[in-house]
Design a protein around this ligand. Sequence first.
Ligand code: ARE
Ligand code: CA
Length: 534
Amino acid sequence: MARECVDVLGPAGYGAVQVSPPHDSMSKGGSVWWDVYQPARYTLTSKFGDENAFKNMIDACHGAGVKVHVDAVVNHMTGQGSTSYGGYSFSKYNYPGLYSSWDFRNSPSCVIDDEDYKKNGWRVQNCELVSLADLDTGSGYVRDRIAGWLNRLTALGVDGFRIDAAKHIHPDDLAAIKAKLTGSPYLHLEVIYGEGEAVQPSQYTGIGDVHEFVFGRKMKEQFTGQIKWLRTFGESWGLSVPADRAVTFVDNHDTERKDASKNDATLNYKYGDTYKLANVFMLAWPYGTPRVYSGFTWSDKEAGPPSANGGFVTDTDCGNGRWTCFHRQMAGMAGFHKAVAGTSVADWYDNDDNVIAFSRGNKGWVAINNGSGSVTRTFTTGLPAGTYANVAGSGSVTVGSGGTASVTVPAKSAVAVHVGGGPTPTPTATPSPTVSPGRVAASFNANATTYWGQNVFVVGDAAELGSWNPANAVALSAADYPVWKATVNLPAGRTISYKYIKKNPDGSVTWESDPDRSFTTPATGTVTRTDTWR
Ligand code: ARE
Ligand code: CA
């Protein structure tokens, strides 16, 4: 996570990252993902690492301008097991040094039934969620322990909390815990909307933002149907909390695992381009605070993430197929979301089927083709004239003086451009046919991995390479990705220093590491530099 904050999340413009529950939890030795939702004690000795690693992660993320949110599991403790990842021994209702049986609502103990959700709000908040020992959040002692845990995290630098199973904590209890918090961490609550249920999301909006589960359900419905209907998307669609209180998402770690036939199922990474396009829409349309979900790949829905030595999660590798690293695919759109903040939707277009386009003020424009055929037309973009990089894919869009642009949107893809993402100069991929005397054609071939919205340039001490000014660097073409290429005419017989740089969706620049690269151009002919990003 620390690495990802520095390399990807920060440069892309993501505002925050929500991490998995970091408390010491019951251990199922790596066989399942959900043991982390059974807290054993409030220490940072989890399957994800220890307190040092956690603190380093926070510092690295803050250094990259990314806030850190923690998934806080405070409605309950465990329902099974006896040993934690940190080597602590406990039993249900008995956590030495922390809680004993009287801190739970277990006399008489009851377990929430499916029909309780509609009929009995008291049982939803006081009985056990899937047999997990339900904390007596009405007790001062319990409230102090919970607030103490959250305050320790705040002291380490945590900026916000997802409150797990908030629906199962009475709003008055949650408000009392909130009143004991130091600072003002951002709270977002998991209160799942269910039609006709006794406990409703609207009862919690006075405490924090609320996860809008209707959003993901609607995204699945529309993107597996016709997206032209999204023109009117908003609160009137039966969303459960107002936009300014909603955290939106296409899926989360629970909904991605629901059987597709269930009405609370959502899209997930297995839907490929359809999933991607729904996320593009979420980041482009003004509704709520969007959250992109990034997890690990699975076929068994119980299976845990890649781990070793009894379930300790190994470092994420975005190249081995075990992790979706989906946040990388949305990196360009995170920059788009940030760039268009505060603007409204205009210039709506749809083809009466599965292609839509709209602008966000004079800051951004997006086209989404959820259909099976490519579409080429002249769109009104609302943008100032210029050439902009497509941050939802590859290539660029040239907007004319009237704000219109002729754009091709291939089937199942999107084009998104925004002001400030940096107009990409047209790649000078082809050498000019005649090389004037005293000059030689130098080809730069750089093997560089990028995420969506990032582009590679070469910059150096020659005027033709921008005289070390990134703004005048030469764009490389991604046509042979991961090898980025350009050919530049350089003075013959001269020693040239250069480096490759990446321009990020938010306009910032990432430089290769030192030292500078250098070579001497020949007296005549051509020269090719074959390099790997470092
Ligand atoms: C596991 C086993 C259980 C066992 C239990 C205790 O699967 O068989 O009884 O352990 O030993 C996750 C997993 C659970 C897992 C649990 C603890 O999903 O399977 O139980 O971890 O390890 C309701 C809640 C909502 C909750 C969902 C799952 O309202 O808060 O159920 N979501 C959060 C997390 C989950 C997590 C927990 C809570 C527990 O996101 O990942 O559970 O910390 C309607 C209602 C919803 C209701 C839903 C149930 O839609 O409107 O409110 O959600 O039905 O499907
Ligand atoms: Ca409860």
